[in-house]
Design a protein. Structure first.
Length: 144
């Protein structure tokens, strides 16, 4: 509700948009095909893949990241937390990089444009050596 008691007029269904993003990234990462991400990003989307990296186009980032990986990644996605035109999505993966198994876990913050595609994304994540899958109950949090 707005400060004057009227419901917000949302032009975008951020929950549906977040779920589309989850689906696109899950399929793209498993196939190592950045083109599968194209439908969920605006043409001028900004993506900062880590707090200490410069922004770059999301498909360009995905292509670079997939080149580092070997074999078939294991990918898990959490339930999106949505507020207004923004969503946060936890993700987890086990990949092989340079012959070594690596676990990655992070959260992507997404801001959607009026058309429901991601206009801005920034990620926070960490890594650990070896295969460390998510703990039981991970990613099940959803907005009330």
């Amino acid at each position: 509700m707005s400060w004057c008691g009227n419901p917000y007029d949302r032009s975008v269904d951020a929950n549906a948009a977040a779920r589309a993003w989850v689906d696109a990234w899950t399929r793209s990462w498993r196939a190592k095909d950045p083109e599968l991400l194209r439908p969920v990003y605006t043409e001028d989307a900004r993506h900062r893949s880590h707090p200490f990296r410069k922004p770059q186009p999301p498909l360009e980032y995905a292509a670079w990241a997939y080149e580092e990986e070997e074999g078939e990644p294991e990918v898990w996605m959490g339930e999106p937390l949505v507020s207004g035109d923004t969503a946060a999505v936890e993700w987890w993966a086990v990949v092989i990089e340079n012959g070594e198994e690596v676990s990655l876990a992070g959260t992507s913050w997404l801001r959607f444009g009026d058309d429901g595609r991601v206009a801005d994304q920034h990620d926070y994540w960490g890594t650990a050596s070896g295969r460390k899958p998510p703990w039981e109950g991970w990613g099940a949090t959803s907005a009330p």
